[in-house]
Structure formats: structure tokens, C-alpha cells
Design a protein around this ligand. Structure first.
Ligand SMILES: NC(=O)c1ccc[n+]([C@@H]2O[C@H](COP(=O)([O-])OP(=O)(O)OC[C@H]3O[C@@H](n4cnc5c(N)ncnc54)[C@H](O)[C@@H]3O)[C@@H](O)[C@H]2O)c1
Length: 245
């Protein structure tokens, strides 16, 4: 897909990776709706960056774990921007609990609700628009190395991110008949606020390339998947060669 003149909705768009994706999309000519949950100021700063690149930008609040809020968000973006062509599901939370014995039921539920059900909610609401109004579209979901190899931060996070990979493959085959592609990116550790600072050095030492990723290195994989029309159901690993936990 030529991204020039298209409209993208990026969940978690005010976060470290989300911001890079929003700016990367705007640089390729996309108008961008920046979803946020609580950090409105940060979302507005990203909108400013999008506008400085000459594109339309808007901030839109929704808790992705709540279907009603997601449906309202999609309606609002369609109304304000005239439609949606691209969905990037980047919203996510990480509660570091390396032992299953430490994971509370509430932490399990919230992690699955935001990281996995949030992707389901957004894909469902936007797929309806893609099928009925656009006859096409692109979806990229942000998974994690933890969804590939289990990772080191806990069963709840690994399960949510592995679920995204299964959802991506299933939805890709379902939506292919409408010309809609659905892919995922599985980053290893990335330099954002999601990872506690004290963990970053330890994680960098475990990456064969010798450092954790920059957010723009994840964004460029997302953009590749959005621009390509024949890759679907795939997961691209951006992990510096760290295949094992
Ligand atoms: N940083 C890493 O090392 C890393 C590695 C692999 C995967 N990821 C994934 O990348 C994605 C982005 O993470 P990041 O590193 O940029 O972290 P971040 O904390 O900077 O960004 C996460 C964003 O998600 C938003 N969010 C959280 N809960 C939400 C909700 N209920 N509704 C809407 N938005 C919500 C936050 O407000 C924030 O903007 C996440 O899905 C994360 O799991 C990150």
C-alpha cells in the first residue's frame, strides 16, 4: 500500500514505540490518529510532531480493553479523518513477575485484557469498517519476543503476546478475501519506559548484537509490513539475534 494520503490509527501512540510508528507514518504521508489511555499530554506532543511533518493528526482517548470505548474511538476517527486505512495495535502493559507464584489473578486478567483482548477489540471494530467501507486495509499487531520464546518477564505477558501471534495468523487468513493484510512484529527489548531502567543493561548483554533496539527500528519493520501487499499472517522478529530467553 502506498501510505501517502492514508489514515492510520495507532493504539498506544503516545508510548515509546507508538510515537516512533506515528512519526514514521507521517513521514511517509499518512494522517495519524494517536490513541492514548492516560497520557494525553504525550499524545498531543506526538500529534504536534505529525502536524510538523505536514499531515493531519488527532489524539483520541480509549482504554483498548473496553470494547465500547474502542467502538467510540473508531467512530470518532472515521468522523474526523474520513475513514481508516491502517491499524497498528501497539498499546500494551508489562508487569514484571518472573515467577508464576508472584502473578496475582488481577495482574493476569489485566495483562490479558489490555495486551490481547485490546488487540481483539481494535481488530474487530476496524475490520468491520475495512470490510464495509474500505474493501481493504492493513493491520500490524505488536507482539514480543516473549510471545516467541516465553521470555523472562512472566507467564502472563508471554501468554498475552503469544496470543497475538495466533490471532494475527487466524485473522490474516479470514480477511485475505477482502484484500486486508494482518501481520505482527515481535520486538526483543526496546529502549522505552516499558522496561525498568535497571533491567536495560542486563537485557542488552543478552542480545547478540550487543544492545537493545531503538523504537525506530521497530517502526521500520511495521512500515515494511504496511507497504507490502503480499505478506500476511507473518511475524517479523526485531530482536538483535536473541532467539532464546
Ligand atoms: N519496550 C520493549 O522492550 C518491548 C518489547 C517487546 C514488545 N513491546 C510491546 O510494544 C508495545 C509498546 O510498548 P512501549 O515499549 O512503547 O511501551 P510504552 O509504555 O512506552 O507504551 C505503551 C503504550 O500503551 C498505552 N496503554 C497502556 N494501557 C493501555 C490501554 N488500556 N488502552 C490504551 N493504551 C494503553 C500506554 O499509555 C503507552 O502509551 C507494547 O505492546 C509492548 O508490550 C515492547
Amino acid at each position: 500500500m502506498d501510505l501517502e494520503g492514508k489514515v492510520a490509527l495507532v493504539t498506544g501512540g503516545s508510548g515509546g514505540i507508538g510515537r516512533s510508528i506515528c512519526v514514521g507514518l507521517a513521514a511517509r504521508g499518512c494522517d495519524v490518529a494517536v490513541n492514548y489511555f492516560s497520557r494525553r499530554d504525550e499524545a498531543l506532543m506526538v500529534v504536534d510532531e505529525v502536524r510538523r511533518l505536514g499531515r493531519r493528526g488527532m489524539a483520541v482517548r480509549a482504554d483498548v480493553s473496553k470494547m465500547r470505548e474502542v467502538e467510540e474511538m473508531v467512530k470518532c476517527v472515521v468522523r474526523e479523518m474520513g475513514g481508516i486505512d491502517v491499524l497498528v495495535n501497539c498499546a500494551g502493559i508489562l508487569i514484571v513477575r518472573p515467577s508464576i507464584l508472584e502473578v496475582t489473578e488481577e495482574e493476569w486478567d489485566r495483562t490479558i485484557e489490555v495486551n490481547l483482548k485490546g488487540v481483539f477489540n481494535c481488530c474487530k471494530a476496524v475490520a468491520k469498517h475495512f470490510i464495509e467501507e474500505r474493501r481493504g486495509g492493513k493491520i500490524v499487531n505488536i507482539s514480543s519476543i516473549a510471545g516467541r520464546n516465553g521470555g523472562t518477564v512472566g507467564v502472563h505477558y508471554a501468554a498475552s503476546k503469544a496470543g497475538i501471534i495466533g490471532l494475527t495468523m487466524s485473522l490474516a487468513s479470514e480477511l485475505a478475501r477482502y484484500g486486508i493484510t494482518v501481520n505482527a512484529v515481535a520486538p526483543g527489548p526496546v529502549d522505552t519506559k516499558l522496561i525498568p531502567d535497571e533491567l536495560k543493561e542486563k537485557l542488552a548483554a543478552m542480545v547478540p548484537l550487543g544492545r537493545i533496539a531503538r523504537p525506530d527500528e521497530v517502526a521500520s519493520a511495521v512500515i515494511f509490513l504496511l507497504e507490502n501487499d503480499h505478506v500476511t499472517g507473518a511475524t517479523i522478529d526485531v530482536n538483535g539475534g536473541r532467539w532464546y530467553s
